[in-house]
Design a protein around this ligand. Structure first.
Ligand code: HEC
Length: 312
């Protein structure tokens, strides 16, 4: 009897509303003064450091590639201004040089999700759902851009962010500071390029969307459904074979994107949408051959839960 009760209690409190793992949530620090531009400013200690994994952008032309595997991010906010401090390892300094156009510069970018309760495709947004981008290339002034899908990066009106970068023997520390469209964006993502390996265009590494934590360290209310993880991964794994997903998504099949790291780069809501309505968004570099499979709602939950276990 006691065991049944304990089990019932467990079911009641089981975390159906799972929040993304620690690498999906960045706690925003507050400062009274303007957030600092200097990467060495002591005010940065008041912003908790988040370690963020970067994944190869497998779907982009020119990829996969990229050797920057991890970066440390801190975010400070004051008034309407946001400052983001990124630190990442990079063995050699590659700075833009107008006379040596064959050389590529080390670079990093911050991508801001548009307001709303769903996150667009993390690799440069989707048609009709623009993302804002701050781009820094070593040796060049930072840029303010926007994109509505891979390859659509364009300049955006408004003041570009300010940047201050510091080079050590082992890597870069960069602060980007500016105003974003939303005073507090719900989520941001990062990319880094290593100039030494022709790190240009798609040959970069990219993080998953990171929610900016609201008061109390929780994800913004608007993104709860996006983060919700309700299915059974073991059932999802069986369905993945039974429903023929492997026929296209196994790396050897090459007909659909490799989903081996789907759980690291995507959120549950994005995976559910991709399975439910394949035509709603086409992953860059692929044709829209994924069929609408007429799956039950719970089957979609299970498949998303299974894919979230891959690549975390
Ligand atoms: C006939 C081939 C085919 C089958 C079968 C198929 N897919 Fe896909 N899938 C694709 C292609 C092609 C894309 C990329 C183009 C697009 O977005 O429409 C894709 C995209 C996806 C994405 C988005 C991936 C990303 O990197 O953003 C997910 C998730 C996905 N499929 C899951 C599934 C699951 C789960 C099944 C089985 C229930 C399945 N697919 C069955 C071909 C297929």
């Amino acid at each position: 009897m006691r065991r049944t009760l304990a089990w019932l209690l467990f079911l009641l409190v089981a975390p159906v509303w799972a929040t993304p793992g620690p690498d999906r949530l960045i706690q925003v620090g507050q400062t009274s003064a303007p957030p600092p531009l200097d990467p060495g400013d002591p005010a940065w200690t008041s912003a908790p450091a988040a370690t963020v994994r970067l994944y190869p952008q497998i779907t982009a032309p020119g990829g996969p590639g990229g050797s920057v595997l991890m970066l440390e991010a801190r975010v400070l906010r004051s008034g309407g201004r946001l400052a983001i401090r990124l630190a990442w390892p990079d063995a050699g300094e590659d700075v833009a040089d107008a006379r040596a156009t064959h050389r590529f510069a080390d670079a990093a970018a911050v991508e801001f999700a548009p307001a709303g309760d769903t996150l667009p495709y993390v690799g440069m947004g989707e048609p009709g759902r623009p993302v804002q981008v701050w781009l820094w290339r070593a040796g060049q002034p930072p840029e303010r851009l926007s994109a509505q899908g891979f390859g659509s990066l364009a300049g955006q009106a408004g003041a570009p962010p300010e940047a201050q970068a510091r080079r050590s023997a082992t890597g870069w520390t960069l602060v980007l500071r500016g105003k974003t469209d939303a005073p507090v964006p719900a989520a941001i993502a990062f990319a880094a390029w290593d100039g030494a390996e022709d790190g240009r265009a798609g040959r970069k590494r990219l993080s998953a969307w990171q929610a900016l934590a609201g008061p109390g360290g929780t994800i913004p209310a608007a993104l709860r459904e996006e983060a919700r993880l309700g299915g059974d991964p073991a059932r999802g794994e069986r369905l993945y074979t039974e429903r023929g997903c492997v026929a296209c998504h196994a790396p050897s099949a090459g007909l659909g994107p490799d989903l081996a790291q789907a759980g690291g780069i995507h959120w549950p809501g994005y995976l559910r949408r991709s399975i439910r309505e394949p035509a709603a968004f086409r992953v860059p570099g692929y044709t829209s051959i994924m069929p609408k499979l007429g799956l039950q709602r719970l089957e979609i939950e299970d498949l998303a839960a299974y894919l979230m276990t891959r690549g975390q």
